[in-house]
Design a protein around this ligand. Structure first.
Ligand SMILES: *Cc1c(COP(=O)(O)O)cnc(C)c1O
Length: 399
């Protein structure tokens, strides 16, 4: 490791809470799908800040909107009407069947808003004391106490109990267990169409349809967590649109403002009645600066048909990876994913492969020690993806 890197690392040990295990990299700047570290070494970014920089780093058009808005207005709080928030809401809602938006600052907050809306809708509109939220094994919904309870993973909640009540998990793919879990106290089922932190696990299409039907049958709300899979990543603007589902509520964040903290919850007009003035609020959510940037991001995604691009690039990358799996059946267990959300599950320890990729200038994520997780910018050049495949094959052959 270089002197510049060592300096950053030791300063961090002095100054920051130890809540992260970092990659051995200190990033200094980015452009498009490229990052440069503090020593000037160049990387192809196949992670995009965990599905955040969907338009690439320091996108020129987004930068122009950011600086323009920065000279006009940043923040006044939600005590005021703000036009950038409305421009964003109109654009966002044009992509889906939902009728109302609530803005916040992160994925966990978007899920908190969704959970609160579901409960309050049940109590005040449906007049039913339903509060329980059913989630799935392997899910991830955030790190606040409420979303930790929704996530239900002991490894993440150890030391932080007691967590809020009213959450239970069922296994993916088991319709009988899901139906058995639904009681008069059930307010909603919350799930990710493609489990992201879980290691890129797309849920079975037929089963997703059963989940939605069961929700309708038992008058339970259907909530999709689109925080990672949303914003064109899976080949549709929203992941649920791949299967023609109609969730009552969706939570979103990551790509929304291409790197500025921003989240949103979208609900149908019916369910949105669950909130009235004073029900829920945030100081920063939907601020003028983040909203103006997010509106530009959504505008570009629609104008440049990035969902189609993700579908095409992702489809061809998946084909190449599947062909590689046939050539290396003792190294690759499975290729999973939708669009540009791809997991490569290995049959050999993933860490040395991931480290060698890093060494050769490719940044991806390693999930559960065996799955290479790819979430590249949707604007990435296809050559970067083909070069990555070739490099990966070279590494796997020599491992
Ligand atoms: C990242 C993520 C979250 C949490 O988002 P934060 O912005 O980190 O709070 C929630 N759900 C899913 C599916 C995610 O991928």
């Amino acid at each position: 490791m270089s002197q510049a890197f060592d300096a950053v690392k030791s300063l961090e040990e002095q100054l920051l809470c130890r809540s992260y295990s970092r990659y051995p990299l200190a990033i200094a700047r980015g452009k498009g799908a490229r990052l440069w570290d503090v020593d000037g070494k160049e990387y192809v970014d196949l992670l995009a800040g965990i599905a955040v920089a969907a338009l690439g780093h320091c996108n020129d058009e987004v930068c122009a909107t950011l600086t323009e808005q920065a000279h006009l207005l940043w923040h006044v709080s939600n005590l005021f009407y703000q036009e950038p928030q409305l421009k964003l809401a109109r654009l966002l809602l044009s992509t889906t069947h939902h009728g109302k938006a609530f803005f916040c600052n992160s994925g966990a907050e978007a899920n908190e808003a969704a959970i609160k809306l579901a409960r309050r809708y049940m109590r005040t509109i449906k007049q039913r004391d339903a509060f329980e939220i059913i989630t799935l094994n392997g899910c991830f919904h955030g790190r606040t106490l409420g979303t930790l309870a929704a996530t239900g993973r002991e490894s993440l909640s150890a030391g932080f109990t007691p967590l809020p009540e009213g959450f239970k998990q069922v296994p993916v793919g088991n319709t009988a267990m899901l139906e058995a879990a639904m009681t008069p106290s059930t307010a909603a089922v919350l799930l990710e169409i493609v489990q992201g932190e879980g290691g890129i696990v797309p849920l079975p299409e037929d089963w997703l349809r059963s989940v939605e039907s069961l929700c309708r049958k038992h008058d339970v709300l259907f909530i999709c967590d689109e925080v990672q899979a949303g914003f064109c990543r899976t080949g549709k603007f929203w992941a649920f649109q791949n299967y023609g589902l109609t969730p009552d509520i969706i939570s979103t964040a990551k790509s929304l403002a291409n790197g500025l903290p921003m989240g949103a919850m979208l609900a149908t007009d019916e369910v949105a009645q669950g909130f009235v003035a004073g029900s829920h609020a945030t100081t920063f959510g939907g601020g003028a600066l983040a909203s103006a940037v997010a509106a530009k991001v959504v505008e570009i995604m629609l104008r440049d048909h990035l969902a189609d691009r993700a579908s095409q690039l992702g489809g061809r990358l998946k084909e190449r990876l599947c062909a590689m799996q046939k050539r290396l059946p003792d190294k690759i267990r499975e290729i999973r994913g939708l669009g540009l959300m791809i997991g490569i599950e290995l049959l050999i320890p993933g860490r040395p492969v991931w480290m060698e990729l890093l060494h050769r200038g490719y940044i991806c994520n390693l999930s559960h020690e065996v799955t290479l997780r790819l979430l590249p910018p949707l604007t990435i050049d296809e050559a970067d993806l083909t070069n990555f495949s070739a490099t990966l094959e070279d590494i796997l052959r020599s491992t």
